[in-house]
Design a protein around this ligand. Structure first.
Ligand SMILES: C[S@@+](CC[C@H](N)C(=O)[O-])C[C@H]1O[C@@H](n2cnc3c(N)ncnc32)[C@H](O)[C@@H]1O
Length: 275
């Protein structure tokens, strides 16, 4: 949950007050889209489609009817809703029911029926239904706290895909956490809710922590978001062990190969046709 800094309100420093702790993506869910308003989700979705095409998937509107796409850690459904508008049959999974409530409200406004949201931990999620494509973006795998859980996650995604299925996901690498833009303080107000965020990175533990303070009426909450920074080769090794073929790893929203200096990488994996 990292964006560029913005300082535009003068108010009490919420970090100087006593706050009650709340789990990540609970009290912040109603203001998540506001906090992320500078994120260009339509362009991100286009980029994902380009990567899917690179892995041999048909992405033309006329060809994707009944194509099953699973978005893991879909949050408030920004990518899921774009994909369902294009015609994909979308299943969004997220461990936060508050984030999914926002996603569901946005879906209801569209009257589309080709998307559904499931409240589940993506590490342990498995389904009888298999998907043509799986997607997981915006630091979401960085929320997985250790390599064993990450390995389990990749094995489950693999099992949820049809042979020939494609998995596109991103990961934030250490150079992102070390960059100035990532170490921010942000404050704002939306729908009468004040919030303040502070982000810090500890290179020793490789944990990037963002504290989110949310003030609703007279109540003040703090969410602690811990993101775990993995090495490119660690992620690569675990994907291979799960059985995936690596098609491409793209660096920093380009179509160039990622390296250790990349800030954000997108993996493009294919489940082989033989098992
Ligand atoms: C930074 S948000 C990204 C949300 C969405 N992908 C987007 O692009 O806006 C991270 C999301 O990951 C979800 N998440 C974190 N750990 C999870 C887990 N183990 N299982 C399912 N969802 C998880 C959070 O609830 C949150 O919605």
């Amino acid at each position: 949950m990292r964006t560029k800094p913005s300082f535009h309100l003068t108010q009490t420093d919420l970090f100087e007050l006593e706050a009650e702790s709340a789990p990540p993506y609970t009290v912040s869910a109603p203001i998540y889209d506001h906090m992320m308003r500078e994120v260009d989700y339509p362009s991100w979705a286009k980029y994902i489609l380009m990567l899917m095409k690179l892995a041999g998937k048909e992405t033309r509107r006329s060809k994707i009817k009944d194509t099953k796409l699973c978005e893991l850690a879909c949050g408030t459904g920004n990518i899921s809703l774009i994909m369902s508008k294009l015609g994909y049959d979308v299943t969004g999974i997220d461990s936060s029911k508050q984030m999914l409530e926002v996603a569901q409200t946005k879906l209801s406004r569209t009257r589309r029926r080709n998307a559904c949201f499931i409240n589940h931990d993506m590490v342990t999620y498995s389904s009888k239904e298999t998907f043509d494509t799986a997607v997981c973006v915006y630091d979401s795998i960085n929320y997985i706290s250790d390599a064993n859980a990450l390995a389990q996650f990749f094995r489950n995604v693999y099992a949820s895909l049809k042979p020939g299925g494609v998995f596109v996901f991103d990961a934030s690498l250490e150079s992102n956490s070390l960059s100035d833009a990532s170490l921010f303080t942000q404050r704002g107000r939306h729908k009468g809710i004040h919030y303040q965020r502070r982000s810090l990175y500890d290179p020793k533990t490789k944990i990037h922590t963002t504290y989110v303070r949310v003030q609703r009426k007279d109540e003040l909450f703090e969410e602690t978001h811990r993101e775990y920074v993995y090495k490119l080769d660690t992620i690569r090794g675990l994907c291979g062990k799960a059985g995936f073929n690596e098609k491409f790893v793209a660096g920093d929203f380009t179509m160039l190969e990622a390296n250790n200096e990349s800030q954000r990488v997108h993996f493009v994996l294919v489940k082989p046709n033989h098992d």
